[in-house]
Design a protein around this ligand. Sequence first.
Ligand code: NAD
Length: 367
Amino acid sequence: MLLQNLDEPVPVTLPLNRSYNIQFADLDELPAAMRSAGIRAGKVLVVTDSNVATHYRDRLDALFIKDGWDALVLVLPPGETTKSPKHLHAIYDAALTWNIDRRTPIVAFGGGVIGDLAGFAAATLLRGLPVVQVPTSLIAQVDSAIGGKTGINHAEGKNLIGAFHQPELVLVDTKLLYTLDRRQWTSGLAEAVKHALIDDEPYFAWIEKEWNRILARDPDVVPDMVYRAVKVKARIVGEDELELGHRALLNFGHTFGHALEHATGYGTLTHGEAVALGMRAASFLSRRLHAKVDQHRIDAVLGAFPTPALPEGLSAYDLTFAMRSDKKAQAGHLRFVLLRKVGCAYVEDDVTPADLEAAWDHVLGLR
Ligand code: NAD
């Protein structure tokens, strides 16, 4: 049974004309939703990857043709390496040789990689094209498609080149999540659990209750789970669009997670798996500093994530080193998003080397 009214779009409320809606709808409603968001029917450049195209390309072509649009679908290779200057230029080339104008929308139809890349192309082409995010992975639906962070990677690190560019519309069809493989599904769950832990205790309590059905992708609970996660993200982005303040709370588990990704070699852990382990480290640290943090509750949920074993030789020293070599961390002192209790996160500047080592030992002890 659905507890949320999914017909009610989730607004992202921002200054000037940058507000937009996150609409829960069937993919077939995309052209109509775009027109309702103020985009005129005409040329539309759709960017996707080959995994997503395998499942949805024909349907996408048909629905734009039926609604009188002239759609060009650009299919890129899947995976993190696609967030590169090479594939950014592939989008520029397709768009500019097709004679787009400043009102031609780009539809980012895919996971976080496509959303970040196509969003950045839209931010920079002709000094800014409208972009519509149609997230197809769980990470993208609950997190990356919302909030306007776009960008590509550089040899020096992830997401180092980018821009804030808010979409005109985000269309979420949770039925698209059923073609995701199991590993991508559980990876995405980490970001949904993160939203609950940092900001919404009743949502976390609901996740605890429904956890087995959520893990099993039960269609009776998936739309509610995504909707509630989206509400958390939309509200935080609306309060702090440019991450000058508490939007940083969305990085809960990420300082640890990025270090794990880096130290194990990118691709060993998915982003979500690294974040799930990172949240275990951050929760352990939170419990060390705040008696009200119920570690057992958090571990009962996070402990159910199937995570690949960490390499035997990996030490707390290696992980701390990886943390300090993060480009974004190098700019200043290491800061950690921690919990005062479930549903209440804050930024902690004062973590001692002993606290940090203990947190890493806790995660390494899970091997
Ligand atoms: P992804 O785009 O690589 O998708 C994961 C895999 O799932 C890919 O192989 C993809 O082809 C496949 N896939 C996607 N949707 C599918 C579907 N419906 N059916 C079958 N296969 C499908 O990565 P992701 O996990 O979605 O996102 C990770 C990326 O998001 C990272 O680059 C990360 O930096 C970025 N991110 C950005 C933000 C932001 O605020 N902009 C936030 C979180 C993460």
